[in-house]
Design a protein around this ligand. Structure first.
Ligand SMILES: CC(C)(COP(=O)(O)OP(=O)(O)OC[C@H]1O[C@@H](n2cnc3c(N)ncnc32)[C@H](O)[C@@H]1OP(=O)(O)O)[C@@H](O)C(=O)NCCC(=O)NCCSC(=O)C[C@H](O)C(=O)O
Ligand code: MG
Length: 303
């Protein structure tokens, strides 16, 4: 079933492809891909000596962009408190993306500082802010970071897990099924949902192992994630499938909506639908799922 609470308009975020801003071919290709969003990366996929060139390439790319392509556009900057961060944010202002992804957020102030910087520059509603959760400190401070979603006009939209950095910092093993990471991922889900944020699962590095990748997407969906950060175009199809709306789930949602629309169920809080109790909260979930399915259909008809 769909998630219970959301503080911003419904967006498709099944597949978010990271594209190094220093890779001209990948930049060019990104607009033609069926991912729901592109994360233009100025951080770890760009070598230190290429940072300035990557910013310039990104600004040129956005200047020539066809903004009718149905993709959300996010720029991942380097840490705002570091050497490259302020110049990256100036590039963000020039680009005008939908959102800025902040890496290695450790405490609420890491997000608030950027929100205040953007507000001072007159950037009121957009870009939105997304925060990467990828350090032990971020895990300890999850509730405080997610709570930023309720301040500064609710500018924080999404938490994105970064398991490469988290494994590096903690020593947690990279294992099939992510057994020792699942408890941390679930903490993130609970914190994000408490403040109405969208939740994006971490990248999977083995971009040729598509069966394993599909299983990890399915696991992420079952945990409650909305989508996954990707590193390669081959991962888009499996992610869109796993985080899309299955036919059976859509049929069930339609049955719930139809049942509550029956005259005999008017005014009822709970009904019997084929031997299962269904409440009005399930009707709300069903309506959201139907709306998401409609968004997917609209997108597929446009691309
Ligand atoms: C992983 C790669 C370095 C592999 O690159 P390559 O060997 O060139 O792949 P292919 O030859 O299989 O590529 C086939 C075609 O697809 C295009 N391509 C590849 N990757 C992308 C991409 N990301 N976006 C757009 N297009 C892409 C190639 O250009 C080929 O096109 P064509 O010429 O038409 O055949 C590479 O995939 C890559 O660099 N991926 C992204 C890396 C990245 O962004 N890293 C940062 C995100 S990871 C992260 O955030 C971790 C997190 O912080 C954490 O801590 O966990
Ligand atoms: Mg990282």
């Amino acid at each position: 079933m769909d998630k219970p609470f959301q503080h911003h308009p419904l967006r498709l975020r099944r597949s978010l492809l990271s594209v190094p801003a220093s890779n001209a071919r990948a930049l060019e290709k990104s607009s033609s891909l069926a991912c729901d969003g592109v994360i233009f990366d100025l951080e770890d996929s760009v070598a230190p000596e290429k940072k300035a060139d990557a910013r310039a390439a990104l600004v040129a790319h956005f200047a020539a962009l066809d903004r009718t392509v149905p993709q959300e556009r996010i720029v991942r900057i380097n840490a705002f408190s570091g050497r490259e961060g302020p110049a990256d944010l100036e590039a963000v202002i020039a680009c005008g993306p939908d959102a800025v992804l902040l890496p290695k957020v450790e405490e609420p102030q890491d997000v608030l500082a950027v929100a205040d910087w953007l507000a001072e520059r007159g950037a009121e509603e957009t870009p939105r802010l997304w925060a990467m959760i990828e350090t032990p400190a971020a895990i300890l401070n999850l509730a405080g970071i997610a709570a930023v979603g309720r301040t500064r006009g609710g500018r924080l939209d999404c938490l994105v897990l970064g398991l490469n950095d988290l494994r590096l910092a903690t020593g947690i093993a990279d294992m099939p099924g992510r057994p020792f990471l699942v408890p941390l991922l679930m903490q993130a889900i609970v914190a994000g949902r408490a403040f109405g944020l969208d939740m994006i699962d971490s990248v999977y590095n083995g971009f040729t192992e598509l069966d394993v990748f599909a299983a990890e997407c399915e696991q992420g969906r079952q945990m409650g994630f909305d989508g996954k950060m990707l590193i390669h175009p081959a991962q888009i199809g499996p992610a869109n499938r796993a985080f899309g709306v299955a036919d059976a789930a859509l049929a069930e949602a339609r049955a719930i909506a139809a049942a509550f629309a029956l005259p005999e169920n008017t005014g009822k809080g709970a009904i019997n639908l084929n031997g299962r109790m269904v409440e009005r909260l399930h009707l709300d979930q069903a309506r959201r799922l139907i709306a998401r399915a409609e968004l997917i259909t609209q997108k597929e008809n446009r691309t």
